[in-house]
Design a protein around this ligand. Structure first.
Ligand code: FES
Ligand code: FES
Length: 227
C-alpha cells in the first residue's frame, strides 16, 4: 500500500522553497518572452547599443506647433504626446491622472479636436497644431471658458480643470459643427446644446471633487443658456 505522505516526509517542499522556485520560474519566463519578441521583431536586444552611424530605431524627431510655437523634438519613439508636453516642453498645465485614457485630465486640442494626450504617441502628431490649457488663456487674459469656471466655482482641487476646460471648449465647437453624440436623437439635424448633450460629451472628464453641476453651469454660461 502506498505510504501516506506526512508534512515531514522526504518529498515535502516547504513554503520558502516553493516561493523561491516560483519566482525564479517567473523571471525566466519574462526574460525569455522579451528576448523572443525582440528576436522576432529583428530589434537590437537593448536600446542604447546602436553602433555609431547606424539608424537608431528607438529615437525620432517630431515637428509640431504647440500654442502657436513651433517645436522640433528628438524623443524616444514610445513617448506619448502627454509626456512630450510635460517632460520635454515643460508645459505642466496638462495633467496626468490615470495615464490610461480613463479620466480626461490630459485632454488637449489637436487640430481642433479634443484628444487624450496620454493615449496618443507624440510621433502621430507630426505637423499638428496642439492647444493646451496654457494656449487657451492666461490668468491675466482668461479664455471665456476659464472665466466661466471661475465664476461658477467649477473646481475644487483643480487637478481635472485643465482637461475639463479644454474638453468644454471643444465640446461647444463639436456641437456647433453639427457632430452628433451618443444621445443625439436625430442624426440628420444639427445637435442642440442641451444638458444631455453636454453631460454625454463631457462624460470622459472625471472630477474626483464632484464639481460636475458647477462645471455644467459654466459651460451653459459660455453657450449662452441656462443649465
Ligand atoms: S491621464 Fe489621460 S485620460 Fe487620464
Ligand atoms: S476639481 Fe478636483 S478633481 Fe475636479
Amino acid at each position: 500500500m502506498q505510504p501516506a505522505r506526512t508534512p515531514s516526509g522526504p518529498d515535502t517542499v516547504n513554503r520558502r522553497e516553493l516561493l523561491v522556485a516560483t519566482a525564479a520560474g517567473a523571471a525566466f519566463t519574462a526574460t525569455g518572452t522579451v528576448a523572443q519578441a525582440q528576436a522576432a521583431a529583428g530589434a537590437a536586444p537593448t536600446a542604447g547599443r546602436t553602433p555609431a552611424g547606424a539608424h537608431d530605431p528607438f529615437t525620432a524627431t517630431v515637428n509640431l506647433t504647440v500654442n502657436g510655437s513651433r517645436h522640433s523634438v528628438d524623443l524616444d519613439t514610445r513617448t506619448t504626446l502627454l509626456d512630450l508636453l510635460r517632460e520635454h516642453l515643460h508645459m505642466t498645465g496638462t495633467k496626468k491622472g490615470c495615464d490610461h485614457g480613463q479620466c480626461g485630465a490630459c485632454t488637449v486640442i489637436a487640430d481642433g479636436r479634443r484628444i487624450n494626450a496620454c493615449l496618443s504617441l507624440a510621433l502621430m502628431h507630426e505637423g499638428d497644431e496642439i492647444t493646451t490649457i496654457e494656449g487657451l488663456g492666461s490668468p491675466e487674459r482668461m479664455h471665456p471658458m476659464q472665466a466661466a469656471f471661475v465664476r461658477h466655482d467649477g473646481y475644487q482641487c483643480g487637478y481635472c480643470t485643465p482637461g475639463q476646460v479644454c474638453s468644454a471648449v471643444a465640446v461647444l465647437d463639436e456641437i456647433e459643427a453639427g457632430i452628433p453624440s451618443h444621445v443625439t436623437a436625430d442624426l440628420m439635424a444639427k445637435p442642440e446644446i442641451s444638458n444631455d448633450e453636454v453631460r454625454e460629451r463631457m462624460s470622459g472628464n472625471i472630477c474626483r471633487c464632484g464639481a460636475y453641476s458647477n462645471i455644467e453651469d459654466a459651460i451653459a454660461d459660455v453657450a449662452g443658456r441656462k443649465a
